[in-house]
Structures are given as structure tokens and as C-alpha cells.
Design a protein around this ligand. Structure first.
Ligand SMILES: NC(=O)c1ccc[n+]([C@@H]2O[C@H](COP(=O)([O-])OP(=O)(O)OC[C@H]3O[C@@H](n4cnc5c(N)ncnc54)[C@H](O)[C@@H]3O)[C@@H](O)[C@H]2O)c1
Length: 253
């Protein structure tokens, strides 16, 4: 199901070695985009790229620590050099530590804000000027429902960092709209990925999903579909939005 809006264009996906990022990279490729994808884990990035190529798509998987200015700059330049443009970006890297308040220390603060907030800033900082020069582009940042309302499944720093991603998304949308660029974010609820199975046992996952209208974990592909929608021609008038993809948590809370 290729789509002329995506065919021959370039999508960049960060944190694409697993979970939501992997599904998003596959979804862009399925619509005909060429995908530059990265992960801090090179083998995982390469595995995603191989999966896309095996399915008939075009992709390159590279190592990038998205908390590092020079690495993100090289990533964005690498996408343009390899594929000739940068049309879509999914800034997806993020992580919490799931510790109670009185166990959080300064290292946790630095780690969570770097991975969940600084990474998105660095990605935007390097992507948006390239898109502005081309006069077009669509970006989706991964926020979280933890950035919208409180949840027992997230630490306070992660929640604050994701709220900051939502605000930074709106700000970027306002600044770069006149240049033909749309910037949105998604707020996933509980998604069935590695990070979740490492942090919560099965019983805890069922309890967390019970707060949703649809009482099951969300599949990464269901998040990826929204990312691609926000980059599609059908979303031409949507910018600065935080889209909950949350099984109905937003409505219940
Ligand atoms: N899984 C959920 O329930 C859920 C809910 C809301 C929001 N999110 C957000 O979705 C995003 C993806 O989460 P996921 O569940 O797919 O996680 P995941 O752990 O399955 O995948 C995250 C990937 O990012 C990579 N990564 C981590 N730090 C990196 C860095 N500094 N630079 C580059 N790559 C890095 C990891 O190696 C991993 O492959 C995150 O921003 C997360 O906060 C997840």
C-alpha cells in the first residue's frame, strides 16, 4: 500500500531498533518512503533495516546516541546525503526509570531528561533547518500520556520531560508552520514493547491496561499508524497537536 505522498521521500526515525520506533520505520517504508533509522544499539538498528529491505523497502540503520549534539547532526546530514532529502521525522527516543520519588537521584534526573527531552530538542534542532530550506516537512515527536495526566506507571521526571515534549512540539509548530512544516506529537498509553515488559510483570501490565476503555496493551503498529497518518497528506491541516493513542485513557481520566 504505497502512497505517492511518501514514495521516494525520506523518513528519519530515532530509537528504531525496537518497539514503537521499529514499527514506525516499517510503516514509513511500507508506504514507499526511504528510511534512515537509528538506535543507540547498532545491531538493533541494522536488524530493523534488514527487516525493511527483506520486505522490499529501502532503509539504512545506523548507531546514534540521540542525546549527543554531534551524533544527531551527523545522523540528519547522513539521511540527506544518502537519500537526497529529509521529508518526515519521527523523534521517538525516550525512557523513564520507574522509581519512586524518594529514590530518584540527580543521575536519574539527568538520564531521563537527556533521553526523553534533550534528544527531541536535538533532533528538531538539526531537522527543522533542513526542512525549512526545502520548504516542506512533517515531524512527529513521541510524548506520552504520562505527560498529560498522572499515572502510577511513570516516574515524576519522565512525566515532566514528556509534558515538555508536548509544549516544545506546539512551539516548533508555530515557529515552522510558515515554512510549510508541520510538527505534531503522539501520546501513547500502555504499549506492548520491551521497555514495558522489563519494567512491569504481566499482572502489573493487566492492571495498567484496566484503566483504558479498551482493556489491552496497545501494539506498536497501532502507534505507528498514527505517526504515519500525522505525516500524511490527509493530515495537511493538523499541526501542533498532541494526539493520544491510548486505548481511551484520556477519556476515562
Ligand atoms: N511502551 C509504552 O508503553 C510507551 C508509552 C508512552 C510513551 N512511550 C514512548 O515511546 C518511545 C519508544 O518507546 P518503546 O516502548 O518503543 O521503547 P523500546 O525500549 O522498545 O525502544 C526504544 C529504543 O530506543 C533506543 N534508545 C534508547 N536510548 C537511545 C538514545 N539515547 N539514542 C538512540 N536510541 C536510543 C533503545 O535502544 C530502544 O531500541 C519512548 O519515547 C517512550 O517514552 C512508550
Amino acid at each position: 500500500m504505497t502512497d505517492p505522498h511518501f514514495e521516494g521521500k525520506t523518513a528519519l526515525v530515532t530509537g528504531a531498533g525496537a518497539g514503537i520506533g521499529r514499527a514506525s520505520a516499517q510503516a514509513f517504508a511500507a508506504r514507499g518512503a526511504r528510511v534512515m533509522l537509528c538506535d543507540i544499539n547498532l545491531a538493533a538498528a541494522e536488524e530493523t533495516a534488514q527487516m525493511i529491505v527483506a520486505a522490499g523497502g529501502e532503509a539504512e540503520g545506523v548507531r546514534c546516541d540521540c542525546t549527543d549534539w554531534a551524533a544527531v547532526e551527523a545522523l540528519v546530514n547522513g539521511a540527506v546525503n544518502r537519500f537526497g532529502s529529509l521529508d518526515f521525522a519521527h523523534n521517538n527516543v525516550g525512557c523513564g526509570v520507574n522509581k519512586p520519588f524518594d529514590q530518584l537521584d540527580e543521575n536519574d534526573y539527568r538520564f531521563v531528561t537527556d533521553v526523553s527531552f534533550k534528544s527531541v530538542f536535538l533532533s528538531l534542532r538539526h531537522e527543522l533547518p533542513v526542512m525549512r530550506a526545502a520548504g516542506r516537512g512533517a515531524v512527529v515527536n513521541t510524548a506520552s500520556m504520562a505527560g498529560v495526566s498522572t499515572t502510577p506507571s511513570a516516574d515524576i521526571v519522565y512525566s515532566g520531560a514528556k509534558a515538555a515534549v508536548i509544549q516544545m512540539t506546539a512551539y516548533a509548530a508555530r515557529m515552522f508552520g510558515p515554512d510549510g512544516i508541520r510538527v505534531n506529537c503522539i501520546a501513547p498509553g500502555l504499549v506492548q514493547t520491551k521497555i514495558i515488559s522489563e519494567m512491569f510483570n504481566e499482572e502489573q501490565q493487566v492492571a495498567l491496561a484496566s484503566g483504558q476503555i479498551f482493556k489491552r496493551a496497545i501494539q506498536p503498529q497501532e502507534i505507528a499508524a498514527s505517526v504515519v497518518f500525522l505525516c500524511s497528506a490527509e493530515a495537511a491541516m493538523i499541526t501542533g497537536l498532541n494526539l493520544p493513542v491510548d486505548g481511551g485513557i484520556n477519556a476515562v481520566r
